[in-house]
Design a protein around this ligand. Structure first.
Ligand SMILES: [Zn+2]
Length: 301
């Protein structure tokens, strides 16, 4: 099987029907051929409409059960169109734009679809950053429900980690943190940076004692004025992130959903030099099949 389309003509040739999309998902889900999750038998019948039956134990296996496509009423063709559009648009796409491009019935449908795709932008068990990593907190604007239920703009706190290769930015990771305490910073860092790496920070007390958490620690003291930029790599990433939230999403991201927008930004940023959009499409499909379905309770626009 061809792994991924190289351009839009190719895309249309590869996925003209629901059946073609199902076959593709089957091939990505079981690259070595079907394996029954119960008895490991490798032969199956196709019962139609993305349902397979094991020839030995007769268990029925849904192609989309346990993936982000589970419980979706949208045809796979529409999902594939959305996936393709999301990877081809380097700056991403808003729910409003996706609704009009795909001709979806409602804003909520587009928003939910994008939200599910964001979950697929984090590969399960992905690598952590390593080497020299610059870390700092930033404030990210977000829509926060006020006490009276009115939307007010309030900043959320984020933690940015950037692999520094001399002056150049390598891979990044972002996380939302509750506050700048040592406990919250370290909790997020352990998910982002490999132990043994060198972490470069300013003198903020939240970073004190990082050595005890298994990291080498380079603390940069202020020698210039108040405008001195101690974490230049983080600041460059932060300004790109803020511009992206403002331009693509009009800044209207709720605090509770912010972590997933951060995931999308990381996905795009770390692949900014990738020339093969088709490969990104393939990776997203792989992840979409590997991660758990998103609970409906988390999908409130
Ligand atoms: Zn079986």
């Amino acid at each position: 099987m061809k792994h991924y389309p190289v351009n839009v003509i190719d895309f249309q040739d590869m996925f003209p029907t629901e059946k073609a999309c199902e076959s593709y998902l089957t091939a990505v889900r079981w690259p070595e051929g079907f394996v029954c999750p119960r008895c490991m038998h490798t032969e199956n019948w196709e019962l139609g409409s993305s349902l397979l039956r094991c020839k030995k134990c007769r268990r029925d296996v849904s192609l989309t059960a346990g993936t982000i496509f589970q419980d979706s009423h949208l045809p796979l063709r529409l999902w594939f169109q959305a996936l393709w559009y999301v990877v081809c648009q380097k700056q991403g796409v808003s729910a409003l734009a996706l609704k009009s491009i795909l001709g979806l019935g409602s804003y909520e449908t587009a928003w939910t679809q994008l939200h599910k795709l964001r979950r697929a932008m984090v590969r399960p068990g992905r690598d952590r950053l390593s080497g020299i990593v610059e870390v700092d907190e930033i404030l990210v604007g977000g829509l926060h429900k006020g006490a009276k239920g009115r939307g007010t703009f309030k900043k959320a706190l984020g933690l940015v980690a950037v692999e520094g290769k001399e002056e150049n930015i390598g891979r990044i990771r972002l996380a939302r943190i509750k506050n700048g305490s040592h406990a919250h910073i370290v909790h997020a860092l352990k998910d982002m940076v490999e132990p043994g790496s060198s972490i470069r920070t300013d003198m903020w007390q939240g970073y004190a004692g990082l050595k005890g958490d298994g990291y080498r620690h380079i603390r940069i003291e202020r020698t210039g004025g108040r405008d001195e930029n101690l974490t230049p790599l983080v600041h460059r990433v932060a300004s790109l992130l803020k511009r992206w939230l403002l331009n693509t999403h009009q800044g209207g991201v709720q605090h509770t959903h912010l972590p997933y927008y951060l995931d999308e930004f990381v996905f795009r940023f770390n692949r900014r030099t990738s020339r093969s959009r088709g490969l990104l499409f393939y990776r997203l499909v792989q992840n979409a099949l590997a991660i758990d379905p998103v609970p409906a309770s988390e999908l409130v626009a």
